[in-house]
Design a protein around this ligand. Structure first.
Ligand code: HEC
Length: 198
């Protein structure tokens, strides 16, 4: 019997915090001093005294002094500046990871027209009035990375710009992958050596 009373007490005390056992009388909504009205809530759960912060309460995150987000850099060349864009340097190093990423972006954005191997016969090739050219032609192999980047950013002739689909770093990764496609079609002597070794 003594035990039962003890168990009941154990059940009742914490539940006082959940249920509003203490009547609120004459206090307008929104001004309830919950902690004082219902000490149990304060003690056990602190539900009405949540430490969660309001959005923006701490202000915007301040970037380090002098830093400029690469996403905010304005592309300096207009559509007709294809030749000038040659001077841009590719900031994305060729690594297995960046090539895989470039492949993924190429296969979501370019493959439909330029084809899996970049030879120009993509899935929708028949529907295009101007055929998508091969990206492995000697002319395009002779282009700099900057010029490829320029065409992705501005488009060319009937090809649309892909700058809203691909962020700058993604465009450069696609450029690297186009290079890999070119090299797959026209291997360097060292690539052939490597194939022979295997
Ligand atoms: C909807 C079809 C389509 C898609 C998607 C597309 N292109 Fe093109 N692309 C074309 C066509 C068509 C041309 C030729 C345009 C012209 O000369 O009028 C072209 C031209 C190019 C050229 C210049 C080739 C040359 O010989 O002048 C490059 C480089 C190129 N595309 C790269 C890309 C890359 C990289 C992507 C993906 C980011 C891409 N394209 C997505 C249709 C497409």
């Amino acid at each position: 019997m003594k035990n039962l009373r003890f168990i009941l007490l154990l059940l009742i005390i914490p539940s006082m915090g959940c249920l509003d056992w203490f009547p609120e009388i004459g206090i307008p909504a929104g001004e309830k001093p919950w902690g004082e009205l219902n000490p149990m809530q304060h003690v056990f759960y602190a539900m009405h005294d949540s430490p969660a912060r309001e959005d923006q309460e701490l202000g915007m995150k301040v970037p380090p002094a002098g830093s400029v987000s690469t996403e905010q850099l304005v592309y300096p060349f207009s559509e007709s500046d294809l030749a000038k864009s040659a001077e841009l340097t590719n900031p994305v190093a060729i690594t297995e990871k960046s090539l895989r990423y470039g492949k993924m972006m190429y296969e979501t954005t370019c493959v439909v027209c330029h084809g899996e191997r970049g030879l120009g016969a993509g899935y929708i090739a028949d529907k295009l009035t101007v055929k998508a050219p091969s990206l492995t032609s000697s002319a395009i192999r002779g282009w700099s990375d900057g010029q490829l980047y320029h065409v992705i950013s501005h488009g060319k002739g009937t090809m649309w710009s892909y700058k809203s689909q691909l962020k700058p770093m993604e465009r450069w990764s696609v450029v690297n992958y186009v290079r890999a496609l070119q090299r797959a079609e026209y291997p360097e002597p060292e690539d052939l050596e490597r194939t022979r070794d295997q």
